[in-house]
Design a protein around this ligand. Sequence first.
Ligand code: ADP
Ligand code: MG
Length: 588
Amino acid sequence: MGIIHVLPETVANKIAAGEVIERPASIVKELVENSLDAGATSIDISIRSGGKSLIRVSDDGCGMVDEDAELAFQRHATSKITSADDLDRILSFGFRGEALPSIAAVSRMKLVTRTKGKSAGTEVVIEGGKTLSVKPSPCRDGTIAEVRDLFFNTPARRKFLKTDSTELGHILDVVSNLAFANLGIHFSLKSSEKTLLELPPAQTLLERAAVIWGDESSHELIEIDGDGTDIRVWGIIGKPRMARANRSGQIFFVNRRWVKAASLSYALMDGYHGLLMGGQYPMAVIFIDVNPERVDVNVHPTKQEVRISKESEIKSLVYRTVMERLQQETDLAPVSRIPQDFTLPRPPDSRETSYLDFKSGIPVAPDALKMAEPSAMKLAEEESGLTQPIVFRDQLRITKVLGQIHHTFIVAETEEGMIIIDQHAAHERVMFEALLRDIQSGSPKRQGLLMDEILELHPKQQEIVKAAWPMLTQLGFEIEKFGENSLVIRSYPAALEDDDPIACLKMFLEEKEEGKLRTTIDNLQEEAAALIACKRQSVKAHDPLTPAGMRALLERLAHTENPFNCPHGRPTFFKYSFFDLEKQFKRK
Ligand code: ADP
Ligand code: MG
């Protein structure tokens, strides 16, 4: 007697679910892709408890007739391919016929669907893979797929789910990625009846980005478009100053299918060569259109890893397109790209302006020498130049502090060449580390507001506030919910002194929303310090500094744990080697 037997379909589906459904966001992706395949123009997504208790996707697509509605839950039941040959030219998102049976195997699912022109639709109820009922339903055209109690029958998997807000974050990513790839479609995403995303059809990627990433992003994004043989690379990329501290702002699509591909991310980064500091990752939404016969989508069950023939060709096109486009942008040029026709600026006609000294070629700021130090710095006067080198770790030795450019950047000679320091970023870093020690040493003091202040929040900010609540409290903010969309602020951290606490909270929310603040809730002290450091009287751009002030700032920066970035991940300085300079002047 043999011992091999074929598994019942319910068991097979549960196993397949393990591959296809990693978390609620995977279900959202499968259901929305089905709606897109069905030709929907409007897709509404509703979530509860990060998708654990409910995911509902409604569309106005083609719907299904009654027999198809039942068939759709069988394994390998699909309307999208009929033969193996079709695999070479897939244009739909789905084709495996695995999603619906897999989802239904690990949840309580209801599907209500009606095709256009039919008087009634069909309702299918399935729990844990077992069909409980199929009956006519008086529904509208289109399809509603409802998934409740995910993993109710696989408790081990349920345990692996993260917190509701983390799962919701993944869902937000999935929906915004799909929205970037499908501009003409109206999307909405609600969590517990609150609208998180409302995306009307958009004409351009920039338009969509402005709704997803906020209006300000439109000034920081540039369009790219590059052609190769059989390949096109196009999309939007962020200017370097919009970079994030992780890859969360990088989205790649191959033939409109969202893919995870580290190699493409490296190609993108290479395109920014010299424009980013370590630990910074550019924002980008990049589409790669290739002949479908060159892409193998049938690699991973969730289809996020695709195999592309001639991948290196694609990578180099991504790199070249990004690099060449960035070279055309003038307002992000670092010094290492001094234009060939560089001429010395006219002598200053205002005492306020710094200028290049004709004889020495050294930037000097004559006025700064006479200016009093800003009080916030409280730095000792001392002779600059001719003193001990300032050593940054073992990597950099400043031999001479040369001066200030436009009261904003400090220029210094190093052993290898020169560096240009952003004085505000540098001071923010110094303050940040000092404050962090302060906060870590005990509980911060709070001060009351004379009158309660109300802060209105949009939905994404509400989610952020919810997640950051313990941190804000520890920091000294006393806040309460006020109605549906507002907060009332009763007191705030004493460390903010005279600064406007509302403006400060707003800024914090905006930074969090854009993902600029590098830290997460596990690192609440850092987050708190970054918040205050930025708001408190840091040395700002346009503050004149004395040579002693500059030197003291650089010395303090050199003693920080991370002198290379401000708390938001922006660079504190750029360095240029002597070799680079010689090359620019064609000496090499
Ligand atoms: P696949 O998308 O790989 O074909 P699924 O299990 O996701 O497999 O779906 C099975 C079939 O059910 C699809 O091929 C499609 O015909 C039908 N279907 C699923 N969702 C929808 C929807 N929202 N609107 C219309 N038809 C749908
Ligand atoms: Mg599908």
